[in-house]
Design a protein around this ligand. Structure first.
Ligand code: MN
Length: 202
């Protein structure tokens, strides 16, 4: 069965003014669709075409670059749409908030670390909050469409929050001001979704 573009569970203008409608339309309908289309092409006729995207990502070293780039793109964007939402923002609560405080000091410290990870990623990539195999929260960044779930990642873990720092994610509204985008995105993070992924990762 071929991979499919997941529908957004909110309108393309729902994240305004922090993420604009046109960026959302192009990002979801064109960029993410292209990753899905090219992933399906790269896996055409192969047994792995019927694997889950998680299984492919976890074993990415066994696949060619086209699967790494486009499979990563599909996995990363599916997670990204899921951890954003309208009328969100605020702060994490419960077990996730406690883990953030004990690991990073405070929620503000986590934001600073994530923003640094995103701002200092040269070229295209992602900033991540992930959960290590022994259940620890960790901040990292990856190039291109790599992610911490990949067996080739420097910092391995289960991603629970990913911030896309490709220019296509912010350039129409923020132009060269990537740090402004990284500061604004906290207004639309769906912490319930992040907490759900945290629970699953443990
Ligand atoms: Mn993107």
């Amino acid at each position: 069965m071929a991979f499919e573009l997941p529908a957004l569970h909110y309108a393309t203008d729902a994240l305004e003014p922090h993420i604009d409608k046109t960026t959302m339309e192009i990002h979801h309908d064109k960029h993410h669709q292209a990753y899905v289309t090219n992933l399906n092409k790269a896996l055409e006729g192969k047994a792995e075409a019927s694997s889950s995207i998680d299984e492919i990502i976890k074993n990415i070293s066994k696949f060619p670059a086209a699967v790494r780039n486009n499979g990563g793109g599909h996995y990363n964007h599916s997670l990204f749409w899921n951890i954003l939402g309208p009328n969100k923002g605020g702060e994490p609560t419960g077990a996730l908030a406690e883990a953030i405080n004990s690991t990073f000091g405070s929620f503000a410290d986590l934001k600073t670390k994530m923003q640094e990870a995103g701002a200092t990623r040269f070229g295209s990539g992602w900033a991540w909050l992930s959960v290590s195999a022994d259940g620890k929260l960790q901040v990292s960044s990856t190039p291109n469409q790599d992610n911490p779930l990949m067996d080739i990642a420097e910092v391995k873990g289960s991603p629970i929050l990913g911030i896309d720092v490709w220019e296509h994610a912010y350039y129409l509204k923020y132009q060269n001001k990537r740090p402004d985008y990284l500061a604004a995105i906290w207004n639309v993070v769906n912490w319930d979704a992040v907490a759900e992924l945290y629970k699953k990762a443990l």
